[in-house]
Design a protein. Structure first.
Length: 106
Protein backbone atom coordinates (compact mmCIF):
# COMPACT_ATOMS: atom_id res chain seq x y z
CA UNK A 1 0.00 0.00 0.00
CA UNK A 2 1.33 3.41 -0.97
CA UNK A 3 2.07 5.81 1.86
CA UNK A 4 0.37 9.17 1.28
CA UNK A 5 2.13 11.15 4.04
CA UNK A 6 5.69 10.87 5.26
CA UNK A 7 4.44 11.98 8.69
CA UNK A 8 0.86 11.82 9.94
CA UNK A 9 0.49 13.65 13.26
CA UNK A 10 -2.62 13.13 15.40
CA UNK A 11 -3.62 15.44 18.26
CA UNK A 12 -6.08 14.02 20.79
CA UNK A 13 -8.92 16.47 21.40
CA UNK A 14 -11.20 14.23 23.45
CA UNK A 15 -13.15 16.12 26.14
CA UNK A 16 -14.86 14.53 29.11
CA UNK A 17 -17.32 16.12 31.51
CA UNK A 18 -16.01 17.64 34.76
CA UNK A 19 -15.55 14.99 37.42
CA UNK A 20 -14.87 12.24 34.89
CA UNK A 21 -11.50 10.83 33.90
CA UNK A 22 -8.96 13.42 32.73
CA UNK A 23 -8.97 14.15 28.99
CA UNK A 24 -6.57 15.76 26.55
CA UNK A 25 -9.17 18.27 25.38
CA UNK A 26 -9.36 19.64 28.90
CA UNK A 27 -5.57 19.96 29.03
CA UNK A 28 -5.13 22.42 26.16
CA UNK A 29 -4.91 20.15 23.13
CA UNK A 30 -7.20 22.36 21.03
CA UNK A 31 -4.71 25.23 21.29
CA UNK A 32 -1.84 22.90 20.45
CA UNK A 33 -3.63 21.75 17.30
CA UNK A 34 -4.27 25.37 16.27
CA UNK A 35 -0.60 26.27 16.74
CA UNK A 36 0.56 23.19 14.85
CA UNK A 37 -1.68 23.76 11.85
CA UNK A 38 -0.99 27.50 11.64
CA UNK A 39 2.78 27.22 12.04
CA UNK A 40 3.27 24.08 9.92
CA UNK A 41 2.06 25.96 6.84
CA UNK A 42 4.92 28.45 7.27
CA UNK A 43 7.56 25.99 8.53
CA UNK A 44 9.03 25.07 5.15
CA UNK A 45 8.45 21.33 5.48
CA UNK A 46 9.30 19.88 2.08
CA UNK A 47 7.58 16.48 2.14
CA UNK A 48 3.92 15.38 2.38
CA UNK A 49 2.56 15.48 5.93
CA UNK A 50 -0.74 15.90 7.72
CA UNK A 51 -1.65 17.24 11.15
CA UNK A 52 -5.14 16.43 12.36
CA UNK A 53 -7.39 16.02 15.36
CA UNK A 54 -8.08 12.62 16.87
CA UNK A 55 -10.51 11.21 19.36
CA UNK A 56 -9.42 9.49 22.54
CA UNK A 57 -6.27 7.42 22.22
CA UNK A 58 -6.57 6.07 25.79
CA UNK A 59 -3.49 7.86 27.10
CA UNK A 60 -5.09 11.00 28.53
CA UNK A 61 -3.39 10.64 31.90
CA UNK A 62 -0.09 11.26 30.09
CA UNK A 63 -1.41 14.19 28.12
CA UNK A 64 -2.30 16.09 26.31
CA UNK A 65 -0.91 13.50 23.90
CA UNK A 66 -0.09 13.40 20.23
CA UNK A 67 1.17 10.52 18.09
CA UNK A 68 2.94 10.52 14.74
CA UNK A 69 3.03 7.73 12.21
CA UNK A 70 4.67 5.86 10.63
CA UNK A 71 7.19 5.95 13.51
CA UNK A 72 4.55 5.66 16.23
CA UNK A 73 6.25 8.28 18.38
CA UNK A 74 4.12 9.68 21.21
CA UNK A 75 4.51 13.31 22.30
CA UNK A 76 3.25 15.60 25.03
CA UNK A 77 3.15 19.12 23.59
CA UNK A 78 1.81 21.68 26.03
CA UNK A 79 2.98 25.08 24.82
CA UNK A 80 3.53 27.09 21.67
CA UNK A 81 7.26 26.71 22.29
CA UNK A 82 6.84 22.91 22.26
CA UNK A 83 5.12 23.23 18.87
CA UNK A 84 8.04 25.26 17.53
CA UNK A 85 10.49 22.60 18.73
CA UNK A 86 8.54 19.76 17.11
CA UNK A 87 8.19 21.54 13.80
CA UNK A 88 11.87 22.48 13.65
CA UNK A 89 13.52 19.41 15.17
CA UNK A 90 11.12 16.55 14.41
CA UNK A 91 9.38 17.53 11.18
CA UNK A 92 12.23 19.43 9.51
CA UNK A 93 15.62 18.37 10.87
CA UNK A 94 15.12 15.07 12.73
CA UNK A 95 17.19 16.09 15.73
CA UNK A 96 15.94 13.74 18.51
CA UNK A 97 18.08 15.28 21.23
CA UNK A 98 16.22 18.58 20.75
CA UNK A 99 12.74 17.05 21.21
CA UNK A 100 13.48 14.08 23.48
CA UNK A 101 11.98 15.90 26.49
CA UNK A 102 8.64 16.04 24.62
CA UNK A 103 8.39 12.28 24.08
CA UNK A 104 5.89 10.40 26.25
CA UNK A 105 7.82 8.16 28.57
CA UNK A 106 5.84 5.21 29.79
Amino acid sequence: MERIYDKHFFVCENKRAPGERVSCGNQGSEEILKFLKKKAVKAGITYPFRIQRAGCMERCELGPVQVCYPEGKWFKLQTEEDVDIILEHYFKNDNPSAYEHLLVKE
